[in-house]
Design a protein around this ligand. Structure first.
Ligand SMILES: Nc1nc2c(c(=O)[nH]1)N[C@H]1C(S)=C(S)[C@@H](COP(=O)(O)O)O[C@H]1N2
Ligand SMILES: [Mo]
Length: 398
């Protein structure tokens, strides 16, 4: 279980304490409670009986200074992260809803775990779940289509789908029950293969993860940034699949199917794969690629003179080890990296720039500890996923 052991110390290092973490790992403390819930929770599941949910638009206020409306979704404004702490505050955390946000009553909600891959079915209430051992981790959730608009504006190959800039990402502390704890209680069969959480939204958004990933570090999340998980982000319970594309992190989970045979849904067959001539095998998307963003509006306007450009870089597979900046296609120069560098989250950096009047292009490229470096272009795919190329950020100084 990947618990961030160093979380508290890293927080103390962080200057901005506004979204201070209050829920640190209580795994030890909750052990006894976890054992006690076993008996009460192991009631046979009767039918599916999902909580009835009324679905509507995004619930939280959408401050135009913090978020850009994108249909049923909202994109974080990167300039709203300048000078902020490590975490993305709730008020500007992006929202990606295929349809809308269902309002779910935790009193009637149940989580049903079933399928050919479990020895006995299980049905948990919200209270049952809260009594299981919990951990807190700091991880990014990022849409597979983040930065999709650059397929059009930078590579001249428009793609359908939400035309995100770079703001379909956020980093939060997620508090939840390791999915392994629940799968322990149902008892996996030897041949258990796929684990599919099903959302209680209109389309029942669902996408399987392999049992290995489900057992490794996947969480059933009930808390975000030290508070109860908000409706738009999946209340009462969402999945956190660290490092994987956004859609794996299914919100409003009502049931989980464990199967001995491969599971399919629209979200792993007709979408969230790479389609196109450059991808003859149509690979399934799992982990996220390396990206970087400046904490500036797009395009940006700045005053002339010496100043610090700031931004963040991230990777779905690990930690960021190098960030370089190029002005007007000049030489790549290293940025100054912040010490705090959590895997599958992001790393903040800054770059000194003496801005001269005129139009400029700022480019940022990062490298992760697996050796992945942001390329200049990415091969086309029809649905515009994983745009990890260096972005040309237009800046006017005057
Ligand atoms: N049930 C459900 N889960 C979902 C979605 C959805 O529409 N319905 N959207 C997915 C996608 S595509 C992304 S990118 C993330 C976004 O999480 P957020 O809205 O908390 O930022 O949730 C995922 N989980
Ligand atoms: Mo997404």
């Amino acid at each position: 279980m990947a618990v961030e052991q160093g979380l508290l110390r890293e927080w103390e290092y962080d200057a901005e304490r506004a979204e201070r973490v209050t829920w640190l790992s209580r795994r030890g403390l909750l052990r006894a409670g976890g054992a006690a819930v076993g008996g009460a929770a192991l009631l046979p599941a009767i039918g599916t009986a999902p909580a009835s949910a009324v679905e509507g638009p995004i619930v939280k206020p959408l401050d135009p200074a913090l978020l850009i409306p994108q249909g049923t979704n909202a994109e974080m404004r990167w300039e709203s992260m300048r000078g902020r702490g490590y975490l993305t505050p709730y008020d500007r955390f992006f929202v990606r809803n295929h349809t809308g946000t269902p309002r779910i009553d935790p009193a009637t909600w149940r989580l049903r775990v079933h399928g050919s891959g479990v020895r006995r079915e299980l049905s948990l209430s919200y209270r049952d779940l809260l009594r299981l051992p919990k951990v807190t981790v700091t991880k990014a959730v990022e849409c597979a289509g983040n930065a999709r608009s650059f397929f059009d504006t930078q590579q001249g190959t428009p793609v359908p789908g939400t035309a995100w800039g770079l703001g379909a990402i956020g980093v939060a502390t997620w508090t939840g029950v390791p999915l392994a704890e629940v799968l322990d209680r149902v008892g996996l069969t030897r041949a258990a293969l796929d684990v599919m959480p099903v959302g209680l939204d209109e389309q029942a958004v669902r996408r399987p993860v392999p049992v290995e990933k489900a057992l490794a570090d996947t969480l059933l999340v009930t808390g975000m940034n030290g508070r109860r998980l908000p409706p738009d982000h999946g209340f009462p319970v969402r999945l956190l699949v660290p490092g994987w594309i956004g859609v794996a992190n299914v919100k409003w989970v009502g049931s989980i199917e464990v199967s001995e045979t491969p599971l399919q849904s629209p979200w792993n067959t007709t979408s969230y794969r790479l389609f196109g001539p450059d991808h003859p095998d149509s690979p399934l998307l799992t982990t996220q690629v390396v990206k970087s963003a400046l904490e500036l509006p797009f395009p940006a306007a700045l005053r002339p003179g010496p100043q610090w450009l700031t931004g963040r870089s991230w990777s779905g597979e690990g930690r960021i080890t190098r960030v370089e900046v190029s002005v007007d296609r000049g030489p790549w120069r290293p940025a100054v990296l912040d010490r705090l560098n959590l895997p599958q989250a992001w790393r903040r950096w800054s770059f000194p720039w003496n801005a001269r009047t005129g139009r400029h292009t700022i480019r940022v490229r990062a490298r992760d500890d697996r050796g992945h470096v942001q390329p200049d272009t990415v091969p086309f795919n029809e649905q515009g996923y994983l745009f990890g190329a260096v972005v040309d950020h237009p800046v006017t100084v005057g």
